[in-house]
Design a protein around this ligand. Structure first.
Ligand code: GLV
Length: 330
């Protein structure tokens, strides 16, 4: 019997591709070419499964061009590159990679917060540019982390990880806003207090965004929300581009209406709003919050395991939808 055919849409660890070859006929992308939607559709025309990343949009047009496709295993916890409704109606399973990246991403969120509040990259650029000729009392004076108020918008697993770090490690007062409240036990473990979004924005010294992207969360932080924040506050986005209105943020940073921002994700990435590139009080990183070797390996392995389990006739391990069985012959 011939093996199912899969596409690995971006370059990943070669040994994990080799593991997939034990189960599947694999077309991979070791050169890491960025295919157009048309090129991706052509490659998926004869495939049963795909290992995708956030940079492949899976929508109705693509699914129509890939009649054998039964599963897309995203190597990411977020899956806003999937049109989940279109996949479900077409009978295509989607999976993601939760849990394996939680602590690494929370570490990064905290690192970005520290770097932003303490002006680390701005001061490093100053030093590298040879401008450090004398000490002065207020040189790169930032804001404190310890003992300050941390506001977290989006209190899923990663938000909880950041809350624990802040409350237990740095003695921060933690307030959070989320679609639903945590259980009293989880609130106690995270030492976190539920508040309305407006109260959070008005009172937090540091606001960290960890909400998944959807039409409903588009521009969760825009000009009106930025206007509520303290002039000394920092804003950290490790969620998704589009959660923040980047153009509005660049204006308030330029006018010093908030102190600073740390951004790992951007609207339209890998493009970055040009005004963000010119303001000094922002730390910019290229969507690397989950990027440690062990975690990226765990993500790729979980995506591979989803393909192996699902195309091997078992259920998906970490599904994001529940298509009716049989629509695509599975
Ligand atoms: C990264 O952004 C992810 O969703 O895993």
């Amino acid at each position: 019997m011939s093996k199912p055919r899969i596409l690995v849409a971006r370059a990943i660890f070669p040994d994990i591709v080799d593991r997939l070859r034990e189960h599947f006929d694999v077309e991979d992308n070791p050169a890491d070419a960025i295919w157009t939607p048309h090129e991706l559709a052509a490659r998926l025309a004869d495939k049963d499964g795909a290992l995708t990343t956030g940079s492949q949009r899976i929508d109705a047009a693509l699914l129509a061009a890939a009649p054998r496709l039964k599963i897309c295993a995203n190597m990411a916890v977020g899956y806003n590159n999937f049109d989940v409704d279109a996949m479900t109606s077409a009978g295509v399973q989607g999976t993601n990679t939760p849990d394996v990246l939680t602590e690494t991403t929370a570490d990064f969120g905290f690192a970005l917060l520290m770097a932003t509040a303490r002006r680390m990259t701005e001061s490093e650029h100053y030093l590298r540019a040879g401008k450090w000729t004398k000490w002065s009392y207020d040189m790169f004076a930032g804001s404190d982390i310890h003992g300050s108020t941390l506001g977290i918008i989006g209190m899923g697993r990663i938000g909880q990880g950041i809350a624990r770090r802040g409350a237990h490690g740095f003695g921060m007062k933690v307030v959070y806003h989320n679609r639903s409240r945590l259980s009293p036990a989880l609130e106690a473990e995270c030492k976190a207090t539920y508040v309305g979004k407006e109260e959070l924005l008005r009172t937090a010294d540091h606001v960290v965004l960890v909400v998944p992207y959807s039409a409903a969360s588009h521009h969760t932080i825009g000009a009106a929300e930025l206007a509520l924040m303290k002039p000394t506050a920092t804003l950290i986005n490790i969620a998704r581009g589009g959660i923040v209105d980047d153009a509005a943020l660049a204006v308030v940073l330029r006018d010093r209406r908030i102190a600073a921002a740390g951004l790992d994700v951007f609207e339209g990435e890998p493009s970055v709003h040009p005004d963000l590139l010119t303001v000094p009080n922002v730390v910019l990183t290229p969507h690397i919050a989950s990027a440690t070797v062990p975690t990226r390996r765990a993500m790729a392995n979980l995506a591979a395991d989803n393909l192996i389990a699902f195309l091997g006739g078992q259920g998906p391990l970490t599904p994001v939808n529940q298509p009716a069985p049989g629509l695509r012959g599975q």
